[in-house]
Design a protein around this ligand. Structure first.
Ligand SMILES: [Zn+2]
Length: 99
């Protein structure tokens, strides 16, 4: 299976990062940029984890973010088949102009 290249679709945040995740200050608190991006896009992120389908922690393209439970996120991290499928989904989205 040939994996698609995703670089074109990622919106990478180049500000300060922790463990590769982009950070920003909001109301005096440090927050992850991808969580704010998801929240601003109308996703319900309270108590949930956000999975980067593209595996780039500083990517803030909401088309690459999925809100999942902590358990689901852990399961996906270990699941190579899921990862390949996620890359396929992203490639499809890019072809359709959504990413
Ligand atoms: Zn991305």
């Amino acid at each position: 299976m040939k994996l698609p290249a995703l670089d074109g679709g990622c919106h990478l945040y180049w500000g300060s990062t922790t463990n590769g995740y982009g950070q920003i200050r909001e109301h005096g608190r440090t927050r992850y940029v991808h969580r704010i991006a998801a929240r601003e896009a109308g996703m319900d992120i309270e108590g949930k984890t956000i999975d980067h389908l593209c595996r780039r922690r500083n990517c803030v393209n909401v088309a690459h973010l999925q809100v999942v439970s902590r358990e689901e996120n852990t399961r996906r991290e270990k699941d190579e088949t899921w990862r390949k499928f996620a890359l396929f989904l992203l490639d499809q989205a890019k072809r359709e102009g959504a990413a």
